[in-house]
Ligand binder design. Structure first.
Ligand code: FE2
Length: 436
């Protein structure tokens, strides 16, 4: 028989590892078939009770509460007693069996005053990540055998832990401001509660990312030349050796320490995961624009503007186009944490970059999935010398997508904000261009 088919692999012997697949197609000799003489009427009646049968069009895309753009402001962790400050929007999402910030994840701030400690415990989470927004201290964890392990941490460090039945204890030994440490804490307990599952396997080991190691890698990338430089200069993806295929923070979580150079813009992209973004550092004039659609110029239609405030977190809804803008004179840093580890595993992350999509569209193509990622706009920053446009715009200037949007959710005081959308530079000329 020919073995030319590219999609068929024949094996003479069973694979060495059956990967827990088990089935039986005959009853073992000596076993009698059960006679099944029970009365089935009551059982069938009970089993039919919850069965629903819908007309396809009425239920294929059910109405669900959308994931909103919301902010968890830094002011929450800058004063007050030692506590967990949950970013719980479960009511908005109509999710009643778990607190959550997105359907799969729960984000909170921990405020720990100097000299204080706090315990955290989420035994059903498969993954927890802690990012140190401010301060220094120690965290202790116990393994399944009761062995205790302690790490020290300081501003800019990050650590992850796998399923942990027992409580973790975090103490603060110092802080550069506000009288206490602040940690950004995210875990996937909402996902497990939705599944009704309890993790039984540690999928990775506790993992520590020190700030100096992350910054060192960023600096290395900065000084590299050629293609590698182009592809990576925005920041560092944080991976785990146990997640070799997905290259993600854990098998569920994903994170990127992302820098946006001064006076520059990162053109829109979108993905199916929800981003829970922490603003690490930014001067005034740094913001994200988000919206459901892009126009034929690659500008976000009716965007919501979300200003970056250091130590604040905001939600980027799944599937929304978003672009990052830095109109300040300093580099800005953001740390998105997403459920993209799981999406990557499922091959459904579908991250798309606006100029790739526009090019395809111009060529009369619409793809079903972003199976070939070029990362062009995500990795090649466009220097723009961006300026906030004057109040009055001519009809011609409207074409470059200047928008006035209300961002009530993004600031504690709702007010109209200026925002600037940026067109792609001319294809053959990557030189900076100005809005003037
Ligand atoms: Fe994103």
């Amino acid at each position: 028989m020919s073995s030319q088919s590219p999609t068929t692999v024949l094996q003479d012997t069973p694979p060495a590892s059956p990967k827990h697949v088990k089935f039986t197609d005959e009853v073992s000799p000596g076993h009698h078939l059960p006679r099944f003489q029970d009365d089935t009427t009551e059982t069938e009646s009970r089993w039919k009770k919850d069965a629903q049968i819908f007309e396809y069009g009425s239920a294929a895309n059910p109405e669900m509460k959308p994931i909103p753009v919301l902010v968890h402001p830094a002011s929450l962790h800058e004063s007050g007693k030692t506590r967990v400050i949950p970013f719980d929007i479960s009511e908005e999402l109509d999710i009643d069996d778990t607190a959550c910030t997105s359907p799969n994840l729960m984000a909170s701030f921990l405020r720990i005053n100097i000299g204080d400690g706090i315990e955290t415990q989420v035994p059903t989470a498969t993954s927890q990540v802690f990012y140190v927004i401010r301060g220094e201290g120690k965290s202790r964890i116990s393994d399944e055998n009761g062995n205790k392990e302690t790490i020290t941490w300081k501003t800019g460090d990050m650590f992850c832990v796998p399923v942990t039945q027992t409580e973790m204890t975090h103490i603060c030994t110092g802080a550069e401001s506000h009288g206490g440490a602040a940690l950004y804490w995210i875990h996937d307990e909402p996902l497990m509660n939705y599944l009704g599952a309890t993790p039984s396997v540690r999928k990775f080991e506790p993992t520590l990312y020190k700030k100096e190691d992350m910054i060192k890698k960023v600096e290395e990338i900065k000084h590299e030349t050629g293609e590698c430089h182009k592809k990576n200069r925005l920041g560092v993806l944080l991976g785990n050796a146990k997640c070799a295929q997905t290259k993600t923070l854990t098998h569920v979580l994903w994170s990127l320490l992302n820098s946006i150079p001064q006076n520059s813009v990162q053109r829109p992209h979108r993905h199916n995961s929800v981003a829970l973004d922490l603003c690490v550092a930014a001067k005034p004039g740094v913001y994200t624009l988000m919206g459901k659609e892009i126009d034929s110029n690659g500008l976000i239609v009716d965007p919501i503007r979300c200003d970056w405030v250091p130590g604040s977190a905001f939600i980027t809804p799944p599937g929304w186009w978003h672009s990052h803008h830095n109109e300040s004179e300093d580099v800005a840093w953001v740390l998105p944490i997403q459920d993209a580890g799981m999406y990557t595993h499922m091959r459904t992350l579908d991250i798309r970059f606006v100029d790739d999509e526009l090019e395809l569209h111009r060529n009369g193509r619409i793809r079903g999935s972003a199976f070939a990622i070029t990362n062009k706009d995500y990795t090649e920053m466009v220097s723009i010398g961006a300026k906030v446009p004057p109040e009055k715009q001519s009809s011609a200037s409207k074409n470059v997508g200047l928008k006035r949007v209300l961002s009530a959710e993004c600031l504690e005081t709702a007010k109209r904000l200026k925002c600037t959308q940026i067109l792609a530079p001319p294809a053959e000329n990557n030189a900076s261009f100005s809005q003037d």
